[in-house]
Design a protein around this ligand. Structure first.
Ligand SMILES: [Fe+2]
Length: 186
């Protein structure tokens, strides 16, 4: 087997491991999400991810490789961080913000990986493989954009409003206390 195919196989195996780990992480993330759009967005991307795993298997087959036991360490780190964050927070507005932060880190890593792999496949004259990887790349980019939309339109706003309402409540409670103290003093 030539050097180019060997390297491409390694990268596809890495991506295969990354997607499998991401899929498990998204299962947990969907359970922790409160916002309905966020939950649905994650679930929709889980279905897409199953297709992406199939594309990677097709790509590996084309090159004469197999998924194997390679573990994507970068995704392992990203998932570890996501799990840690999920353990630290309760379900609710802030958890949703944290979930988007973790999910976008994962998507950006995937965008980097598929972008590089698609370009390499194209450079090597592997048009069909480049097409498969390009399809996944487009899905990852759409997911990232969708997460930004959900953050802007709902999740961030909900959390920030909640924080401000809480601050105001604390302020008026303090004022009441101060007022009470003044009344006592006079
Ligand atoms: Fe993804």
């Amino acid at each position: 087997m030539d050097e180019i195919s060997k390297l491409m196989i390694e990268q596809l195996k890495d991506a295969h491991s990354a997607e499998k780990q991401a899929l498990r992480a998204m299962q947990k993330m969907a359970k922790q999400a409160t916002n309905e759009k966020l939950k649905q967005g994650i679930q929709m991307h889980m279905e897409q991810t199953e297709g992406q795993i199939e594309r990677l298997e097709q790509g590996l087959e084309r090159l004469g490789g197999k998924p194997g036991r390679k573990v994507c360490e970068a995704m392992r780190g990203l998932v570890e961080e996501a799990n840690h964050e999920m353990g630290e927070n309760d379900k609710g507005a802030m958890m949703d913000v944290v979930l988007i932060a973790a999910a976008q880190r994962i998507e950006h890593y995937e965008i980097a990986a598929y972008g590089t792999m698609a370009t390499l496949a194209k450079s090597a004259g592997q048009q069909e493989l480049a097409r498969l990887l390009g399809e996944t790349l487009a899905e990852e980019k759409r997911m990232d954009e969708e997460l930004t939309r959900i953050a802007e339109s709902e999740v961030n706003r909900t959390w920030i409003e909640e924080c401000r309402a809480e601050e105001q409540e604390m302020e008026s409670a303090n004022e009441n206390r101060r007022g009470g103290a003044r009344r006592k003093a006079s």
